[in-house]
Unconditional design. Structure first.
Length: 256
């Protein structure tokens, strides 16, 4: 090849970029920004501080695990932040929180409104441990008034790890993208053996979840064999707080 011949290579992805490429600047901006938004890194004033921001991420992990270490018999509840107090799922989550409080379980939620508030409320009213792991969002997120103990997070990914780290049961009420994101993360952890298959994944509301489960059974298993037959047994579908609590009572405490 002559000196004049130059091969052009596609710019590396932002996960493997050099510090001076556009992709690298985006990575820097994503790590550095206080709001963790994925933005163009051109002209970023935070570039020189990226190492310190990484230490902040590390500190958030350390603080999160230290916070969880003091909790026992945890049950994590997920669900829509947009669910009103008049919604039947709100009332069911509140009832479940109360049952868990009487059973000496710790209720953990994302600390926000909607279903999270309902579960915390039930635990609070029942005299139980009510925990919120919350994050600041531009729209509906706020810490609900029924949280007794809480930790705030700057980054979504550290908060997600904490929400999935230690509970002995996970209850999913109807919700949007965030709820479904958390659901499939837990399912993958169980499917791949990173989490014990003795940890139940409880789906509240058969009318809401059954269309998705039917698609999983038909498209993912029957048509394409992208999952194993036993993978569809990871879910426990229930329609009442008492059914969910009966499953929770069969579980054992996990260790960090």
């Amino acid at each position: 090849m002559s000196k004049k011949q130059v091969h052009s290579h596609p710019e590396p992805s932002w996960t493997g970029a050099t510090a001076y490429s556009t992709a690298g600047k985006r990575l820097t901006r994503w790590l550095s920004a206080s709001d963790s938004k994925f933005l163009n890194g051109a002209g970023d004033d935070f570039t020189q501080n990226i190492n310190w921001r990484i230490f902040r991420i590390m500190a958030e992990f350390v603080e999160g695990f230290e916070f969880l270490a003091h909790l026992t018999r945890e049950v994590t509840v997920f669900g829509s932040a947009r669910c009103s107090s008049g919604n039947r799922y709100y009332q069911t989550a509140r009832e479940l929180g109360g049952l868990c409080a009487k059973g000496k379980y710790t209720i953990i939620t994302g600390g926000g409104p909607g279903i999270m508030e309902a579960a915390n409320r039930g635990a609070f009213e029942g005299g139980g441990e009510s925990v919120g792991l919350d994050i600041s969002l531009p729209m509906e997120q706020r810490r609900n008034q029924y949280v007794k103990r809480s930790m705030g997070f700057r980054y979504f990914f550290t908060r997600k790890v904490m929400l999935s780290a230690a509970s002995q049961a996970y209850v999913f009420f109807p919700g949007g993208f965030g709820t479904i994101d958390e659901l499939f993360e837990i399912i993958v952890l169980i499917q791949t053996g990173k989490m014990s298959d003795e940890v139940p994944v409880i789906l509240m509301g058969s009318a809401f979840w059954e269309p998705m489960l039917a698609w999983i059974r038909k498209a993912l298993f029957e048509e394409h064999r992208f999952i194993e037959k036993d993978d569809v047994k990871i879910f426990h579908v229930v329609d009442s707080a008492k059914e969910a609590f009966a499953i929770i009572q069969t579980t054992h405490e996990r260790q960090l």
